[in-house]
Design a protein around this ligand. Structure first.
Ligand SMILES: CC(C)(COP(=O)(O)OP(=O)(O)OC[C@H]1O[C@@H](n2cnc3c(N)ncnc32)[C@H](O)[C@@H]1OP(=O)(O)O)[C@@H](O)C(=O)NCCC(=O)NCCS
Length: 166
C-alpha cells in the first residue's frame, strides 16, 4: 500500500538517506567531475527546502520509499530531486509521485536531469514528458535553475504537455 503525503520535518533524515541511496545510480555514469559523495549533503537539502522546494514523500507499508520535490518558478513548476529507494524502484512509486505533483499545479512542469541518466529520461518520457534539447534547453536551465555552466552543459530538460515551446 503506497501513500503520498507532504514531507514533515521529522522525515528529513529518511529523505536524505533515500536521496543518497538512489543517487548511487549516478556513480560512474554522470561526468566524474560532477560526482561527489555524499551526493546530497544535509546542508544542501536544508538549503533547497529553505529555497522553496516542497517535498512530497511516498510511504510504503509505513516506511518512506520515495521523495519528489516541486518548486514554483512563476510561470512554470520544476520537479526537483526525484528519488525512489533502490530496493523499491520500478514498482510504480516514481510514477505515483510524479502524477501527484503534476496534479498540484496547472503550470507547465519542467524537469532537469543528467543527460547520461538514460533511465530517468526514459521514466519521464513514459510519463508523457518531451525531451528539450539544444539552445532551448540551455535557455531553460539558465532561466529557471541555479546551476553551474558545467551542469547546464551535461544536463537535459524534459517538459510535460502543458509546455509550449517559445
Ligand atoms: C527515476 C526514478 C525516480 C523512477 O522511479 P521508479 O519508482 O523507479 O519509477 P516507476 O516504477 O514509476 O517507473 C519505472 C520506469 O522508469 C524507468 N526506470 C526506472 N528505473 C530504471 C532503471 N534502473 N533502469 C531502467 N529504467 C528505469 C523505466 O522506464 C521503468 O519502466 P520499466 O520498469 O517498465 O522498464 C527512480 O528509478 C530513481 O530514483 N532512480 C535513481 C535516481 C534518479 O535517476 N532520479 C531522477 C532524478 S531527475
Amino acid at each position: 500500500m503506497i501513500a503520498i503525503r507532504k514531507s514533515l520535518d521529522a522525515d528529513f533524515d529518511a529523505m536524505l538517506a533515500i536521496i543518497n541511496d538512489a543517487a548511487g545510480a549516478y556513480r560512474g555514469v554522470i561526468p566524474a567531475d560532477q560526482w561527489h559523495e555524499p551526493y546530497m549533503p544535509a546542508e544542501q537539502l536544508a538549503k533547497e527546502i529553505a529555497a522553496g522546494v516542497a517535498f512530497w514523500v511516498a510511504e510504503q507499508d509505513g516506511r518512506l520509499a520515495g521523495v519528489m520535490g516541486v518548486q514554483d518558478k512563476g510561470d512554470v513548476a520544476l520537479v526537483r530531486h526525484a528519488y525512489v529507494a533502490s530496493g523499491t524502484q520500478r514498482s510504480g512509486i516514481g510514477t505515483r509521485l510524479l502524477r501527484h505533483i503534476e496534479a498540484l499545479t496547472s503550470k507547465p512542469v519542467l524537469i532537469g536531469t543528467w543527460a547520461a541518466a538514460s533511465w530517468a529520461i526514459d521514466f519521464y518520457q513514459r510519463n508523457g514528458f518531451r525531451l528539450i534539447e539544444g539552445d532551448e534547453k540551455d535557455r531553460l536551465l539558465q532561466t529557471y535553475w541555479s546551476i553551474s555552466p558545467r551542469q547546464v552543459e551535461t544536463s537535459v530538460v524534459l517538459a510535460d504537455s502543458r509546455w509550449i515551446q517559445t
